[in-house]
Ligand binder design. Structure first.
Ligand code: ADP
Length: 642
C-alpha cells in the first residue's frame, strides 16, 4: 500500500461526504479480497487483502487467467464458471475453490462473482472472496466425526420442500453423496408408508410446541429393504419466535434393534421350551439353592415352582443318594464342566421318584468362578422299573437254567447206569454167549433191545454234554492234532451205514502243501465230525455223495462236510443251531434224532475258539463248515500279545 492510499488522519466527515481516498482506504483495509477480471477473465486488480490470503503483493498476480492459479482439482470447474459468468452480463454466482499460499499450503476460498462488464464505473467482473479454510476444516472434522460415529445430519429450512442432508447421511441412505438436497417426492419414497403419518405429525406439531424431539422411522435402501433410524432434532427459532429450520442427527439403529429383537426372541423361545418341556430346567446357586425351576416340576414331583425356589434339592434327596449327589456337586464346584447323575427325590406324595440330571456349570466371565449351575432333569422311574424287571427276569432265567442243567446232568448220570446194564445184557443175549435162546423171535427182540438201548445212550450222552456246555463245565484240552487222521477215523465210524446206502464218501485235501493240523481238543473234534458225518449220511439218499474238504486258512483250518442230500431251508438254519430244534416238517425226513447234534457241534466248536456255519438249500445238499484254530492262541499271527 502506498502512502497516498492511507486515509487522512482526523478526517471526521460522514462517508458519503468523503472523497475517493476514503473508499480506497476502506478497500485496502477490508478483510475480503476484491478482485477484478477483464472481459477475458484475466486479473486486472487485487485489493490489499490478497497479501493475507495468498502471501503475495496485489500486483504479482495480475494478467493471469483467473482459473490458472487455482488447485488442479478445481480448475476445470472454475474455468467453466468463469466462462459462464463472462457470457452472461449481470449474472451473479458463488463458488468454492482452493488457492495456493506462498507458504506452500492450499487455502479454501469462497468467492462471490458478479459480471459488471456493463457497469461503466467498473467494466469488469467483480470477485469478492474470503479465506474459509478454517471453516472447511471444521466441516471436514465434523464429517469425519459423523462417519465414525455412524450418524448423519440434516437441516430442514422453512420454505424448502425437503431437508438438506449431509454426505454421511446420504451414504447411510444409500444415495449418491452429492445428493444434498432431497425432493419432497424422494423423501416420501424413502420413508416407510406406515411411518409417514407419524413423522409428518411430529414435524407439524413443532409449529405449536417447538422443542427437541426423538423420532423413530424406517427408511428404504436402494435394494428395497428398510433400515431403522432414530432422529434426534430440535427447531431453530428466529428472533420473531418463528421456526426457521429444523436440524437433527439420524442414527442407524438397525443392528442394535436386530440384536435386541433376536435376544428377545431367543429368550422367548427358551421360555416356551422351559414351560412346555417334560424335562425340568433349573438354575441353582453354587450352594445348591434353586433360583429358578420350570413348571415341569409339577408333573415330575407334584410341587409348584414357588415351592422349590429357595430350597436345596439335597434336602429332598433319598438318603442313599445324598453322598453321591453331594460329591457330584462338589466336582462341579471344583471345575468339572458338567456332571450326570441318577438319583431319587421325594415327591409331594412322600414317594421317591427316580431322576436323571445333567448339570452344567456356568462361570463368571471375569473370574472364571462358578456362579450358577443349570440342571436338566428327567423322570426315569419307568426306565428304572423296566431295568429292575429285566434284571429280575434275567436272574430268574439264569436260576431256572442252572436248575435245569443240574437236573439234566444228574438225570443223565442216573439213567446211564441202568442203561449200561440193558445194553450189556442184551449184547450177551445177542451173541448167545451162554447158549441158544430157544425161539428165533428172542433173537430179534434181543437185537431190538440192544439197538434201542444204544440209541437211548447216545441221546443221554448228548443231553449230558449239552448240559455240561450250558453249565460251563465242559472241559476242553486243546493240542496239536493231525486232522487227516481224525477225519479218517470218523469216516470209518459211519462207513457201514454209508455203504449200506451205496453212498460215495471221500476226503479232499485242498491245500496239501500247507499242512492240515489244528490246535484242538481230540474228543470234542471227533464228536463234531461224527455228528456232521452222521447227519450227512442220515439226510442223503441212496447213491448220494459225501465229502470232507480240508483247507488251511491264515489262522486256522477249515473242515467242510458236504453232502448231496435233502438240504435245509435257509430260514430254518438259525433255529436248528439252537438245542432241541429239528425241522418242523417231519415228512421230509424219516430219521429220528435228539435235535441236539448241531447245537452241540456249534458249542463245541466255539468252546475251542473256532466257528461253525451251515450253508444249504432245500434239495441241493448241505455244507457244514467248521473252522478250528491252527495254532496256540498266543502264537496266532495277528493276535496282539501283552
Ligand atoms: P438230529 O439229527 O439229532 O435231529 P441235529 O441237531 O444234528 O439233530 O439236526 C437237527 C436237524 O437239522 C435234523 O433233524 C435235520 O432236519 C437237519 N439237518 C442236520 N444236518 C442235516 C443235513 N446234512 N442235511 C439235511 N438236514 C440236516
Amino acid at each position: 500500500m502506498t502512502d497516498q492510499e492511507q486515509p487522512a488522519e482526523g478526517d471526521s466527515a460522514s462517508p458519503h461526504m468523503r472523497g475517493a481516498k476514503f473508499f480506497e482506504a476502506l478497500l485496502a483495509n477490508s478483510g475480503d479480497v476484491l478482485t477484478l477480471l477483464d472481459g477475458q477473465g484475466h486479473y486486472i486488480y487485487h485489493s490489499a487483502a490478497i497479501r493475507e490470503m495468498m502471501g503475495i503483493e496485489p500486483e504479482d498476480a495480475l494478467g493471469f487467467f483467473a482459473a490458472d492459479i487455482v488447485h488442479a482439482d478445481d480448475r476445470d470447474r472454475v474455468t467453466d464458471r468463469i466462462h459462464y459468468c463472462l457470457a452472461n452480463r449481470g449474472v451473479r454466482l458463488s463458488e468454492n475453490f482452493r488457492l495456493p499460499h506462498i507458504d506452500g499450503s492450499w487455502r479454501w476460498v469462497e468467492a462471490d462473482v458478479r459480471n459488471l462488464l456493463d457497469d461503466p464505473d467498473i467494466q469488469g467482473v467483480l470477485v469478492v472472496s474470503r479465506d474459509v479454510t478454517s471453516r472447511r476444516r471444521i466441516e471436514d472434522h465434523f464429517s469425519i466425526a459423523e462417519t465414525t460415529a455412524g450418524f448423519g445430519t440434516y437441516r430442514w429450512d422453512k420454505g424448502c420442500e425437503a431437508p438438506a442432508i449431509s454426505p454421511a447421511l446420504a451414504r447411510m441412505l444409500d444415495l449418491p453423496e452429492e445428493a444434498e438436497e432431497l425432493s419432497d417426492a424422494a423423501m416420501y419414497e424413502l420413508l416407510h408408508p406406515d411411518d409417514v403419518e407419524r413423522v409428518s405429525t411430529t414435524f407439524a406439531s413443532l409449529e405449536n410446541d417447538p422443542k427437541p424431539f426423538s423420532l423413530a422411522m424406517r427408511l428404504r435402501q436402494q435394494d428395497g429393504s428398510y433400515r431403522h433410524f432414530v432422529s434426534h432434532g430440535f427447531p431453530e427459532i428466529a428472533t420473531n419466535n418463528e421456526i426457521i429450520s429444523v436440524v437433527g442427527i439420524m442414527d442407524d439403529v438397525t443392528e442394535s434393534l436386530n440384536t435386541e429383537l433376536s435376544l428377545k426372541r431367543t429368550a422367548e423361545e427358551y421360555r416356551l421350551i422351559a414351560d412346555h418341556a417334560h424335562d425340568m430346567f433349573a438354575r441353582h446357586a453354587p450352594d445348591g439353592r434353586v433360583n429358578f425351576i420350570s413348571p415341569a416340576i409339577k408333573e415330575v414331583l407334584g410341587y409348584t415352582p414357588e415351592d422349590a425356589v429357595g430350597q436345596k434339592m439335597i434336602d429332598w434327596t433319598h438318603r442313599d443318594d445324598k453322598a453321591m449327589v453331594e460329591q457330584k456337586m462338589e466336582d462341579l464346584r471344583n471345575g468339572a464342566e458338567s456332571v450326570l447323575m441318577t438319583f431319587r427325590l421325594w415327591n409331594a406324595d412322600g414317594k421317591f421318584v427316580w431322576l436323571e440330571s445333567t448339570v452344567h456349570r456356568i462361570n463368571d466371565e471375569q473370574t472364571g468362578e462358578m456362579i450358577e449351575a443349570i440342571a436338566i432333569t428327567r423322570d426315569i422311574s419307568e426306565r428304572k422299573e423296566y431295568e429292575q424287571r429285566l434284571l429280575d427276569a434275567r436272574q430268574k432265567a439264569e436260576t431256572a437254567n442252572r436248575t435245569k442243567s443240574t437236573f439234566l446232568a444228574n438225570m443223565s448220570h442216573e439213567l446211564r447206569t441202568p442203561l449200561n446194564a440193558v445194553i450189556g445184557f442184551s449184547e450177551i443175549l445177542k451173541r448167545k454167549m451162554y447158549g441158544p435162546l430157544g425161539d428165533e423171535v428172542y433173537d430179534e427182540y434181543a437185537n431190538l433191545i440192544h439197538e434201542s438201548g444204544t440209541h437211548l445212550l447216545d441221546l443221554i450222552n448228548d443231553i449230558l454234554d449239552m448240559s455240561k456246555v450250558e453249565a460251563g463245565k465242559m472241559e476242553i484240552e486243546p493240542e496239536f492234532i493231525d486232522m487227516v487222521e481224525i477225519v479218517e477215523t470218523c469216516m470209518r465210524f459211519v462207513e457201514a451205514k454209508s455203504e449200506a446206502k451205496n453212498q460215495r464218501m471221500q476226503l479232499n485235501l485242498l491245500t496239501p502243501d500247507l499242512g492240515n493240523s489244528a490246535y484242538a481238543d481230540v474228543r470234542a473234534t471227533k464228536q463234531i465230525l461224527i455228528n456232521l458225518l452222521s447227519n450227512a449220511v442220515k439226510f442223503t439218499g441212496e447213491g448220494g455223495s459225501i465229502s470232507v474238504d480240508l483247507q488251511s486258512l491264515p489262522n486256522g483250518l477249515e473242515i467242510s462236510v458236504c453232502d448231496s442230500g435233502v438240504g435245509i431251508d435257509p430260514a430254518d438254519i438259525p433255529r436248528l443251531l439252537r438245542p432241541f430244534e429239528q425241522v418242523a416238517d417231519k415228512s421230509s425226513q424219516a430219521e429220528e434224532g435228539s435235535g441236539l447234534g448241531l447245537a452241540l457241534t456249534k458249542s463245541l466248536t466255539e468252546l475251542q475258539g473256532g466257528a461253525f456255519r451251515l450253508e444249504s438249500e432245500r434239495g441241493k445238499g448241505t455244507n457244514a463248515i467248521v473252522t478250528l484254530p491252527s495254532a496256540h492262541p498266543d502264537l496266532q499271527t495277528g493276535s496282539a500279545r501283552a
